[in-house]
Structure formats: C-alpha cells, structure tokens
Write a new protein. Structure first.
Length: 343
C-alpha cells in the first residue's frame, strides 16, 4: 500500500511517500523559519498561506523522487491536529481534494502520534512496550506505549513545555527565532556550571514537569547582571540547558523504573538536542536501558511520520469515509480511543 503523508500543523510543510512493503520512498520539507523570523515567532495567517503555496509542489517533488504517479497512491494521510487551525485546514483540504479526485480514502493522523512512532522508522527499532518522551515547543509528555493506538499518559508539563522554555530563554538572551537551536549552539561555548538554576519538580515524586520557574530564574539573573558580554550569554545558555536536560533525564529514568521497562523513545524537536541525546545515553547505559531517537532530519515536523503512522494504524487500508474536520486541541489518548487500528 502506497501512502501519501501531508503535515501542515504549524510552520513546516512536509510531504512524504511511504510504501508498506518498501518503506519510506521519498520525503520533502519546507521550513518557514525565514518567513517568521522577522516577527520573532509564528504568524498563523502567514503560516497558512505559505502551506497553500508549498503542499502541491512538494507533492510533485516526492512523486518524482520516488518515481511514482499520483494515481499510484492508495491512501492519503494528513495531520488532523493538534496545531494551528488555519494551517491544519490547508493540509486537510488538499488531502481531501486529492482523495476525492482519485477516489482514494483519506485519514487524519494525530500530530503527536506521528512524532511518537517516528523512531520506529530507524534501525534498530524498539519493540513494544516502551516509554516515550514527547518533547517539543508545545508539548512535554511521558507516555507508556503498549502498541499502536495504546497509549497511557504518565506525566506532562504543568506550564511551559521544554521547547517553549528554550525559545523564551533564547529571547531573554537576545537570540533570534527559532530560539531553541540558537540557544543550544550558543551553549556549546559556555560554562554550564557558572550559574546554578533550579531543577523544577525534580523531587516531586511524580512524572510531571514544570519549566516556567526555570525560565523566570534566568530572567531574574539576566536583569541582575545588566549588560551581558558574549561569554556571560554563553554561560547562561549552557547553565540553563544543563538544568532542563537534567530534569528530562531524571524523569525519563524514573518513568522506566516505575513501569519496569528498558526502552525509551524520544521524539519531537527538542529530541534533536545534542546534550539531551548524550545525557540520556550515558544515564541509561548504567541501567541496561536504551534510548531510541528518530533520524535527526525527522525530529521536527515532517510528512514521513504522518505517512508512517497511517501505515501502522491502517495496515489493511482505511475503511471509513473521507473526513475533513481538524482539531487544533486534541488529546492523544482520546484520539487513540476514537480510531483504534484495524487488524
């Protein structure tokens, strides 16, 4: 079965072709970073308009790369939520239009489910069950995954997500958009032990997170220091990054221990952070557990994860009617209960 995946949830347009026999055939991605950089963040209306311009040309690109025709597609999958309402509608409308034109079924995929399953695109791939850390600009959650569509929330952030804290702290340090990668790059030149920042909820006894107070602590320190030289900015970035990574690592270890599991899947944009990857590998090595990551290029939003999630959820095809609604706010556990995979 050949699946066309379309991702338009926020500021990246992704299209991919996945074959259930031959794997990922081709994928293409357009980032809107330059478009939104002048505004310091994503402008929803501009994001939606850019998705309109990009989806069909990217679809033509992946078809050419894979040496397939649009008529060869058996199933069209699109990101149904969560995300920006207007941006989601672009992907939904184009996917539905293609489906109607071809007489093919169309299925909506939960954005976070795509991220959660994306490490299974790489080798080696973990077996079920495993613990998953979904960590991005909008989400920080720990999930127990017993199979496709079988997800249990273990803990989540009570305020800012990790990626959001990265972006807001980057702004405090005068870095551009997107802030997370810029802060991580600056931190490489800094001393992570110069400033001591709090590790929120590290000893809470549960698997929840909180990063708002950490961000506020950086703000207080920046105001106290006044004008910042380059070295101080780098040290602040490194100290902040170390604090947030230590919390993520500790909670992941606690989740694995509590659930009695040995496999951790890390997905989402912050999963590309080099310090997080190295720290998790080191921390889990002594316990016999192992961390699995998607390929670096698939950490951010992309069409491959949407097509792949559809392949896992609907291995025998999708029997339902074409659907169009999108859900800017959509709980993953609720989505899994509503659309159990067909076996």
């Amino acid at each position: 079965m050949l699946i066309l995946g379309i991702e338009t949830s926020c500021d990246e347009t992704g299209v991919a072709l996945y074959d259930t026999r031959d794997g990922l055939l081709a994928d293409a991605l357009h980032s809107q970073v330059e478009l939104h950089a002048r505004y310091g963040g994503v402008v929803p209306e501009l994001a939606s308009r850019d998705h309109v311009r990009r989806v069909l040309p990217l679809t033509s690109t992946v078809l050419q790369q894979a040496r397939r025709r649009i008529e060869d597609v058996d199933l069209i999958a699109f990101t149904q939520g969560p995300g920006l309402g207007g941006a989601l509608l672009v992907g939904a409308s184009i996917a539905t239009g293609i489906g109607l034109a071809l007489g093919r079924p169309v299925v909506g995929i939960h954005h976070l489910e795509g991220h959660l399953l994306s490490p299974l695109l790489a080798e080696p791939r973990p077996g079920f069950p495993f613990v998953a850390l979904l960590v991005s600009g909008g989400h920080t959650q720990l999930m127990r995954v017993d199979g496709v569509g079988r997800y249990t929330l273990l803990g989540e952030t009570q305020d800012d997500a990790a990626g959001e804290a990265f972006d807001k702290t980057a702004t405090l340090l005068g870095l551009g958009y997107p802030g997370g990668p810029a802060l991580a790059a600056l931190a490489e030149a800094g001393d992570s032990k110069r400033f001591e920042f709090p590790r929120p909820m590290l000893a809470s006894g549960d698997l929840h997170f909180s990063f708002s107070g950490l961000k506020t602590s950086v703000l207080t320190r920046v105001r106290a220091l006044g004008d910042l030289d380059d070295g101080t900015r780098a040290d602040l970035a490194a100290s902040f990054q170390r604090a947030i990574v230590e919390v993520l690592v500790a909670k992941c270890r606690a989740a694995l221990e509590r659930e009695g599991l040995q496999s951790l899947v890390v997905a989402g944009g912050v999963g590309a952070n080099a310090l997080l990857r190295a720290s998790l590998a080191d921390a889990l090595d002594s316990t016999g557990a192992r961390a699995y990551f998607p390929p670096m290029r698939l950490c951010t939003d992309n069409g491959a994860m949407i097509a792949f999630a559809a392949a896992l959820k609907y291995p025998e095809g999708f029997p339902g009617e074409t659907s169009f609604p999108v859900f800017p706010r959509w709980d993953l556990a609720e989505a899994a209960a509503q659309s159990a995979p067909r076996r």
